[in-house]
Write a protein that binds this ligand. Structure first.
Ligand code: DGL
Length: 270
């Protein structure tokens, strides 16, 4: 199917976390229109079964396709681990399907700076072992250790950020002996960049904290350029959809996208 440069970019996540990716895309590709879907009604994905995540991901991808998107970017590590292949197969050549894990693992595996790499993510992402597998497929010499940090997503979605509660939880997870002596830490959940500076502070700014949103945005730009699909829309207006309206989503979306934005609540799962 022929894709056109003036079609929008579809991005989805279980909630507000994918806004970190959407924001990086918005900065790197300011001429692209973004249509964002946050599945706040089913958050957190990290606790759901693979089958449930595949089901939600297909429904959301169909919705983004109906919105005429040329790209469907899965801005959620848990959904990338559980449903990337399924969504890609389902969408076929009707849109370009990208995930957040492939660009991040390629970046880390090919960079000599990183030797002992820590990965933190949701239960679903860590249980899938996708990061460790993909990094060692590219570079078997890397030492990868991983840890599920399931409280971080609800903590962030509840607005516990940069306070004593979030400090205590972050401290508890990052002090885990599994993560001892790492030289780098991948934030394998798109919610975590929101607390990136707190995490960097835990390590006294000495460990590389890898926020993959910029790597993902660069990959998107490369793919669009290769396929001659880069847009040149002067002032695109983005659209935001959520399956359950939350004030936190609005606050965060406004924080990332500066101006007043339109958020619509929509149940696409009926
Ligand atoms: N932000 C998502 C991720 O990258 C999902 C978090 C969740 O819903 O559990 O994994």
């Amino acid at each position: 199917m022929k894709l056109l440069s003036n079609q929008p970019i579809g991005i989805f996540d279980s909630g507000a976390g994918g806004l970190t990716v959407a924001s990086a895309v918005g900065h790197l590709l300011p001429e692209e229109k973004i249509i964002y879907f946050g599945d706040t009604a089913h958050l957190p994905y990290g606790e759901k079964s693979v089958e449930a995540i595949k089901y939600y991901s297909i429904k959301i991808s169909d919705f983004l396709l109906k919105q005429n998107c040329k790209v469907i970017l899965i801005a959620c590590n848990t959904a990338s681990a559980a449903a990337y292949k399924t969504v890609k197969k389902h969408i076929g050549n009707k849109a370009i399907v990208l995930d957040v894990i492939n660009p991040a693992t390629e970046f880390v595996a090919r960079n000599d700076k990183f030797k002992k790499i820590g990965v933190i993510g949701t239960k679903g992402t860590i249980k899938s072992n996708t990061y460790t597998r993909k990094i060692s497929e590219i570079n078997p010499l890397k030492n990868v250790v991983s840890l599920a940090a399931p409280l971080l997503v609800p903590m962030i979605e509840e607005g516990f950020i940069y306070d004593e509660i979030s400090n205590a939880i972050i401290d508890k997870y990052l002090s885990n002996s599994r993560l001892k002596n790492i030289d780098s830490l991948i934030l394998a959940c798109t919610h975590y960049p929101i607390i990136k500076n707190q995490i960097r502070k835990f390590y006294n700014f000495k460990t590389h904290v890898i926020d993959s949103s910029h790597v993902v945005a660069k990959k998107l730009k490369k793919v669009l350029a290769e396929r001659k699909l880069l847009n040149n829309n002067e002032n695109p207006e983005h659209d935001f959809f959520v399956s359950d309206y939350t004030d936190f989503f609005k606050t965060l979306a406004e924080m990332f996208f500066d101006d007043e934005i339109n958020i619509s609540e929509l149940n696409i799962f009926r």
